[in-house]
Structures are given as C-alpha cells and as structure tokens.
Design a protein around this ligand. Structure first.
Ligand SMILES: C[S@@+](CC[C@H](N)C(=O)[O-])C[C@H]1O[C@@H](n2cnc3c(N)ncnc32)[C@H](O)[C@@H]1O
Length: 346
C-alpha cells in the first residue's frame, strides 16, 4: 500500500489528504473483515441483531403500502445488517418478505464475496450492483458509510483570512504534511466576516465532496420512499466550535484512537465526522423533504416503544437483547450518533 501512495505522490509532487485517505481506506477495507471485538472499532451492526431488527420493523411500516419493496444498502461490509434484517422480515413479515428485494451496492469483489457467504440463505432475495441503481422504490440505507468517505483537510490562514489545504508529501520513506493551495474545483466553506476575525490560524475544517456526491446520486435515484443514514457527525455550524480546531479526523487501530493520520496507511481506519447540513442540502436540492434529523438514541427508542405495544411482531426482549439496546442508545456511545431521514413522495 505504502508503495502505491509513494508512487502517486512522486507522479504529482504532493497529493491532497483526500487522495491519501481514499488509497489508504481502499486497501484497509479490503483486508479488515472483522468489525467489533475482533476489529479496530465497533458499529451498531456489530453490537448484535437488535439494531437491524428495530430498523426492519420501521422499514416494514414505511413500505407496507408498496407492491414491490427495494432496500438498497451501500457500505454493507460483511453483509451482517442485511442478514439480520432479512431474518426479521422472513419470520415476522413473511408477506412483505416475499416482495422484498435487497440490493447491495458493492464495488469491491472481495467484500462482495464476504457478503455472499453471509447471505447464502437468502439467495433470490439479494442482488449485487457495482454502481448505484438509477431508480429505487423503497428504502436507501447506510450505517457508517459516509464517515469512511475521503475528506479534504482545510487549514485556516488567519493573516490572509482564507483557506489552505493540507497535502501529503513523501521523503521516499515517510509521509509528511505540507500546506498547499486548495484544489481548484473544491467548494470551500464560506466563513462569516465576524468569524473570520476570530478563527485561529491553523483551524482545521474537513469537507467531503465524495459524501455529498454520493448523497445527491442516491437522492436522485429515489422514486418513492426514504433515504436514511446513521452516523456520527455535526451540523455545518458545529464544525466551527472552538473545540473543533484540530478537526474531526481520527485513526483507529485495535480500539485505540490516534491523531497520527499518516501512520501505517491501510492498517488503521481513518474516519471523519460527516457534515449533516451538507447532506440535507444535497437531498433537498433534488426535491427530497427532510423528515427527521435526530439522535440514534431517540430514534431507536421510538421504535422500541412500538415493539412493546405490539409484541407479536418482535422477538422477546430477553436480557441479552436489552443489553444490546442499551449499548445502541447509550448517550455517550452509539446513542450520540445522528439519524438523517429524507422522503420522496411520487
Ligand atoms: C465503517 S464501515 C461500516 C460497515 C457497516 N455498514 C457497519 O455498520 O458495520 C464502512 C464500510 O463502507 C464501505 N465503503 C466506503 N466507501 C464506499 C463506497 N464508495 N462504496 C461502497 N462501500 C464503501 C467500506 O468498504 C466499509 O465496508
């Protein structure tokens, strides 16, 4: 992996951090099958099946009136969410299960193979695509996809009141940070004149055109239904709080967090908070209506309450499953994640 990045840099002189991140993560996610205890980090999916079961109940309610249901997932990794969700539909909503098509958008042949192994029992219900489908009727779903998309790392030049961009250079062995002019096509965040005078020199801001482009493409494909993402992130305004001056990018290795973003590319996860305001605007620009932007704890608790009112449509809340729910809604862990839901009505 290192050699690929060194080669890319030697061809161009320097590369934006976004390019470094893209190359490093391409390799990382091809090799890191395990998420959860055996991997570098946990996700809501890796906590256990309760996450997908709760979402399945909600998806069933949202799609009950459709003749054909599509659920499209990007960033499915091993396919665990799809397996947990399809099991719930098969057991608790067999009629909907019969008309449900689960589509995984997966450009990687390696991950597609992992997913096919996980989903062997659902042959006929799952389709794989390398690119996003042109038209979707049903639900577009992602969990912790957009935080894995490459970000440009901007750096505030206080004296000139403008943005520079952190690039990566190489001395043949190590990767080193270097300030550069921002990429020509990059849309830079506007800084309010009042903020320009107080924003400290070197204040870091990350922006992900890849995540915005993904959301716009997904939103455009939606003919009827909802797009939902669960992830950690901030509103555009929150990115400029004083405590965010070092940016939100972090590296994870064996459940330890590190600020050394350029170390061991391909062997550690790199992730940044997503800009929910930008996602919301991208969807609304295609005509979608924002239905909710709430914390995961609140969103899952609302669904939990439905399962208590109608226990005949949900597995029993035994000790193990209650523990999973507590982890998913814990206010200082996964419960802090945000949920963005947008709707397209035909
Ligand atoms: C943090 S993992 C989350 C996996 C899973 N959704 C979960 O919650 O456990 C991010 C996943 O997104 C995938 N990914 C990143 N960018 C992608 C893209 N442009 N298209 C498809 N998958 C992508 C990675 O390969 C990885 O499997």
């Amino acid at each position: 992996m290192n050699q690929n990045i060194h080669r890319e840099i030697s061809g161009r002189g320097s590369i934006p951090f976004a390019c470094f991140m893209e190359l490093a993560l391409q390799s990382y996610y091809e090799n890191q099958k395990g998420i959860g205890r055996s991997g570098d980090f946990y996700t809501s999916v890796s906590v256990g099946p309760v996450f997908a079961e709760l979402l399945a109940l909600q998806f069933a309610e949202w799609t009950a009136n459709l003749a054909q249901i599509q659920i499209v997932e990007t960033g499915a990794h091993q396919g665990q969410f799809a397996a947990d969700l399809l099991r719930w539909f098969r057991q608790w909503q067999p009629k909907l299960f019969a008309c449900l098509q689960y589509i995984i958008v997966e450009p990687s042949a390696t991950r597609r193979q992992w997913q096919q192994e996980t989903l062997r029992e659902f042959t006929g219900h799952v389709t794989w695509l390398a690119k996003f489908p042109a038209e979707v009727t049903g639900i577009i779903f992602t969990n912790e996809l957009l935080d894995a998309m490459p970000v440009h790392r901007l750096c505030w030049h206080a004296a000139e009141k403008r943005w520079l961009e952190w690039h990566v250079v190489s001395d043949g062995e190590n990767f080193i940070w270097q300030k550069a002019e921002p990429e020509k096509d990059l849309v830079l965040p506007e800084v309010h004149p009042d903020l320009q005078t107080v924003l400290p020199d070197g204040f870091i801001h990350e922006t992900s055109p890849a995540a915005i482009a993904w959301w716009r493409e997904a939103a455009q494909s939606l003919q009827s239904g909802k797009i939902i993402t669960l992830d950690y992130g901030l509103t555009a305004e929150e990115f400029f709080q004083p405590e965010r001056g070092r940016g939100t990018l972090r590296a994870y290795h064996r459940h330890r967090v590190s600020d050394d973003l350029l170390a061991n590319p391909g062997e550690q996860d790199l992730t940044a908070h997503i800009n929910f305001t930008a996602m919301q605007a991208a969807g609304e620009s295609t005509g979608l209506k924002t239905e909710a932007f709430i914390q995961q704890s609140k969103f899952l608790t609302q669904i939990f309450e439905k399962t208590v009112k109608a226990p005949a449509t949900f597995p029993v809340w035994n000790h193990a499953r209650i523990k999973q729910f507590q982890t998913l809604t814990h206010p200082s862990h996964l419960g802090r994640f945000q949920v963005l839901i947008q709707t397209c009505k035909p």
